[in-house]
Write a protein of this length. Structure first.
Lengths: 336, 336
DNA sequence: GATATAATTGTAAGCGGTTACTATTTTATA
DNA sequence: TATAAAATAGTAACCGCTTACAATTATATC
């Protein structure tokens, strides 16, 4: 930290007290035009800029929020973060970014770090929101908004209806005449805490049941939300005895991997096997076949979460603590 | 900011002075085992955690670095940022993230904000590094590392050799027998400040010249580094009188757009027109045809930049202020 | 036991702001 | 013109920590 002019220097040069300087920079009324001018002039001359750090300490408010996500290099999260950043920018908040890789230890470590930095609040986006994490937040007493994850605890959140979304996607596949439908899902966490994949799987099962279709266990595989994982899972599905006519991947990236697996198995997509993804990343529309997918409003998940958190920090009323944003089926070329 | 125990509370409960408490938490020697224990006990009892904010003010060091990038939701940047974050995490630095959208105004605004937050240094990644921005950094006297952009000013940077990279890619196309090669580049900024696209264009031209190949102006189009832009540019190229046998897109995303344009024009990729991209984003290997591309070490650009900045902050010697990382040609299926 | 030395600990002044409270100056009102 | 009210300015305590310096205590040396 290079030294620079402080409030005393400015006060001295402008021949006023520090209080007056402070008032000028806080747009307080009750400061004469004359004083204001000379302060501004002195400040300019010295290249003075108030220290947000010192101000934060004095006011016990940092105008900073912490952001805990698994991995910013994952396009889903980078889009969410972009939404958060844009809203924060409007309200003059800054964000401290933390990549926790879904590791509970890292998450806890980051929460403590953010706390000791006095962030005004935290937006937490993780695959899991466990009792342990909940209690830590409760102990630390930091305003919290959950993004992308619902909870029964009294914590505000912004999500989509994952179950309904998967239900809709499955219904669409069924309406297209598909009967033997495979699924590539993510970690189910032993069905204990509810994670996205669990919700989505239930939605899938509901739709299948409703349509009276048989669910083949061997067509349902776990993967890791990555392209390679999707590829491997699809490959296994395709080499089984039950041949699927469609596969529902719980992420676009896994869907892309699955498409490659289909081609590598000597089949075509969508002619032989239809694929539907989840997320609607940018890449979904630039690949071939363009991906039919369930769109999540990632940017808005971030933006709404940020807006909620800032309201909570400012003690403003929030109309609804549990926000469920709309998903949307985007029909492109990977399903027929 | 919720109130919590401070150093005085702990000192009182532990029956020592605040100095001792501070010493305990800074692992100072010269504090007796007895005192250390009682401080730790008191701290635990009160749930005390030192305020990094107050510490930063007292020490004039925040252990925070500012990060200015155009757009975190762009996968290139999110990968760079991930590299930065991982290194910062190791060295106990935190990052404040700023999306400046390549807007000079936003960049300046963010620089000032970061300064008034006393960040220890800034990593700046923008398409442009102008005199104006350079001077602002110089005035503000903040340690700075440039990522992804070289400069003649005395500012450390981490880049790849864009000219050589484009040269290599072009040579590869030529070696495959291509002669009429198109280019989709980004903003050339009037060839004034050197931006990526300019360097790359020169590399392309060099290779063409060296091979004695004719460069067709109508095969060279400007675009915006987005898929749609790549699509439009390729479409224009394809409908001209000179038919290209290959197109070099200066980003993978534009390359993807171009592939779509090729198919929409009733042609095939790579059989009729080869495409080579730039970046080697994750998506490059999951699309069909898998993208032949010039790989940039995005994660490392971030990681190395962060390591350099932290060294500079700590006044350690850095062996080389101008780091040029290796690019790599990744051959997949989009070129034959 | 006296004295020198080393190990601990405490005191208090910063770091750069904000703000309650008080003091002073202006302006309005009678 | 005297006085009340409003506007403006200043003083100093405080936010929570670090650290130079001084003070105290324990240990070693003669």
């Amino acid at each position: 930290m290079v030294c620079m002019a402080n409030i005393d220097d400015v006060a001295k040069l402008a021949n006023v007290s520090t209080a007056t300087v402070s008032r000028v920079f806080n747009n307080s009324p009750y400061v004469s035009e004359k004083a204001r001018e000379s302060v501004l002039k002195a400040a300019k001359e010295l290249g003075y800029e108030p220290s947000i750090l010192a101000r934060s300490l004095a006011m016990k408010k940092t105008n900073t929020i912490g952001l805990i996500v698994p991995d910013i290099s994952n396009p889903y999260y980078s889009e969410v973060v972009r939404g958060i950043e844009d809203v924060c920018n409007i309200y003059k908040y800054n964000i401290i970014l933390c990549n926790a890789d879904n590791s509970r230890d890292k998450e806890i470590q980051y929460i403590d770090m953010l706390k000791s930095r006095w962030v005004d609040g935290i937006i937490f986006h993780s695959d899991y929101f466990s009792d342990e994490i909940y209690n830590i937040f409760k102990d630390r007493k930091i305003p919290l908004v959950l993004a992308g994850r619902a909870t029964n605890y009294d914590v505000p959140y912004v999500v989509i209806d994952n179950k309904k979304a998967a239900y809709d996607a499955t219904k669409y596949l069924i309406s297209q005449g598909h009967k033997k439908i495979g699924v590539i899902h993510g970690d189910l966490n032993g069905m204990k805490e509810t994670v996205d994949s669990v919700d989505r799987l239930y939605g899938f099962l509901d739709a299948m049941k409703e349509a009276g279709l048989k669910v083949y266990d061997e067509l349902i595989k776990e993967s890791n939300f990555k392209a390679k994982g999707g590829y491997i899972a699809a490959k296994e599905i395709l080499k089984g005895s039950v041949k699927p006519d469609a596969i529902f991947a719980f992420s676009d990236v896994m869907a892309m991997g699955a498409i490659n697996a289909i081609y590598d198995a000597g089949l075509r997509c969508p002619e032989d096997v239809s694929i539907i993804g989840f997320d609607n990343l940018d890449l979904a529309e630039v690949t071939r076949p363009a991906l039919t997918t369930v769109a999540q409003p990632m940017y808005d998940i971030g933006a709404v979460a940020a807006r909620m958190l800032i309201k909570i920090i400012d003690n403003k009323k929030i109309s609804e603590k549990r926000v469920i944003l709309k998903h949307r089926l985007i029909i492109r070329q990977s399903c027929i």
